[in-house]
Design a protein around this ligand. Structure first.
Ligand code: DLL
Length: 433
């Protein structure tokens, strides 16, 4: 049976089976979950159904941090055959351990995501995600290999060599972050290649948001079809949801990953269609199971069915993270709001950075730094001043505050071969406004 076209009853029956299995496994084998159930006065039977699951407390990033390194294990360490970890910038990373069966479960999920994106065994897929503790490289690798595609495990970095092999190997699928795809196109042109001449067909992009503007830019530059896919280390890695060719959102493999959308302030489960924080439970994970994991990612379930015929629910593109809200001068700002404003100006490029200006550790102001677009670049003062004023005005009306704005020369912001770093902090004593 095709798991992407289950009827509502079939789906529910799989979910019931999965929930009962994973809840019992976590309770019986994970000291972390045994304590959590006991403290809440719960027993597996009382929470292991879709109707009662909401009674179980959430698991948070802090819980996983506190369990560093092996506190989330629910099998003897002898049975863990792989470890990945998130690249947390502060504190200890979050560790995920996989049994052999977990690796199989993960590869199956990624294979389905790749098929949805339109990849077939005829494709040559170049993986430009880092191979290492990050789940991107190995995650896509085993899923694509299982599908039968020809995998080029390049890993991240070394952009010029990537391009040269990409051309020689006649790569058809590029697997990377969307920001790296833009950087590669820029480098290709610098080297005198026309990116359109590479013949790339599909982009499988993930690990960070891909705004509509970025998507258009990548498609225009490479002549490929952009698909976005989503996942996170704590749950399994990539392979949780991904786009088909229709652009209606990312199909969640919900026979394998149980999802809820909650109000991030109250924790209440929201009705289908309302935007909130995504909470995930991988139904068949043995090594380091997580139940009701708060992803921090803000999205909603698209109410309309997808014309592709798959019945898996569609998750909308991530609009932000519940923890990336910046509070400046008492105003709440999400970076995605700024990205939307900038995307409306053809005169600037997709490369931007938000600098939090701090005085003795306190955020005092925000500077939006954005590169001018290469095409039509002007250094005429008057034109730049006019453009600056137009962008400032838009930022002010969208954000209800006026951040500082710095228009930068093309290619002056640092490029990344992995996830773009959009927010940086700078200590600026005695800042004046
Ligand atoms: O980024 C796993 C991954 C690798 C997914 C490759 C897709 C492709 P982490 O490093 O743990 O894992 O980061 C997970 O990245 O909570 C989201 O905030 C963000 N993220 C991942 N994919 C997307 C996406 C991997 N398609 C965190 N759109 C998640 C928006 C994404 N944000």
């Amino acid at each position: 049976m095709n798991n992407d076209q289950l009827t509502a009853e079939e789906r529910l029956s799989r979910q019931k089976h999965g929930l009962a299995k994973v809840v019992k496994h976590a309770y019986n084998n994970s000291p972390f979950y045994r304590r959590l159930f006991d403290a809440a006065g719960l027993h597996p039977e009382t929470v292991a159904t879709p109707e009662s699951f909401h009674k179980l407390p959430f698991t948070t990033k802090n819980d996983l941090r506190g369990a560093y390194p092996y506190g989330m294990a629910a099998v003897p360490l002898d049975d863990i055959v792989r470890i990945h970890a998130s690249s947390g910038t502060t504190g200890k990373p979050i560790v995920a351990g996989y049994t052999r069966s977990d690796l199989d479960y993960w590869a199956q999920s990624v294979t389905r995501i790749c098929e949805m994106a339109g990849v077939t065994k005829k494709d040559i897929a170049q993986i430009s995600f880092g191979y290492g503790l990050f789940t991107g490289g190995f995650g896509l690798h085993y899923g694509l290999e299982r599908l039968g595609a020809t995998v080029v495990p390049f890993s991240s970095g070394n952009t010029e060599r990537q391009l040269s092999l990409m051309k020689d190997f006649k790569t058809t699928v590029l697997v990377s972050t969307p920001s790296f795809a833009i950087y590669m196109a820029e480098t290709a042109r610098d080297l005198g290649y026309d990116p359109l001449s590479f013949g790339l067909k599909i982009g499988m992009f993930g690990g960070e948001p891909c705004s509509d503007a970025m998507r258009e830019e990548i498609e225009k530059q490479w002549g490929l079809k952009v698909t976005s896919n989503y996942g996170l280390t704590e749950v399994v890695g990539p392979g949780i949801s991904g786009e088909c060719g229709q652009r209606t959102g990312m199909h969640i493999l919900d026979d394998l990953y149980y999802h809820e959308i909650i109000n991030p302030q109250t924790g209440e489960v929201l009705p289908r269609g309302e935007a909130g924080e995504l909470v995930l439970t991988p139904l068949f994970k043995e090594g380091f199971p997580v139940l009701r994991y708060r992803t921090g990612d803000i999205t909603r379930i698209v109410p309309e069915p997808c014309p592709c015929g798959r019945t898996t629910p569609l998750m909308d593109y991530i609009t932000g993270r519940s923890d990336d809200m910046i509070i400046i001068k008492g105003v709440n700002i999400f970076p995605s709001q700024i990205e939307e404003v900038l995307a409306a100006f053809r005169e600037v490029s997709p490369h931007y950075q938000l600098v939090l200006l701090k005085d003795k550790g306190f955020i005092k102001d925000l500077e939006v730094q954005v590169e001018l677009a290469q095409e039509g670049f002007t250094d005429r003062y008057k034109e730049l001043e006019l453009l600056g004023n137009r962008i400032r005005q838009r930022l002010r009306s969208t954000l209800s505050m006026s951040p500082r704005l710095k228009l930068m020369e093309p290619k002056s912001l640092e490029r990344t071969t992995g996830k773009a770093k959009r927010i940086v902090e700078m200590e600026v004593p005695d800042l004046e406004k």
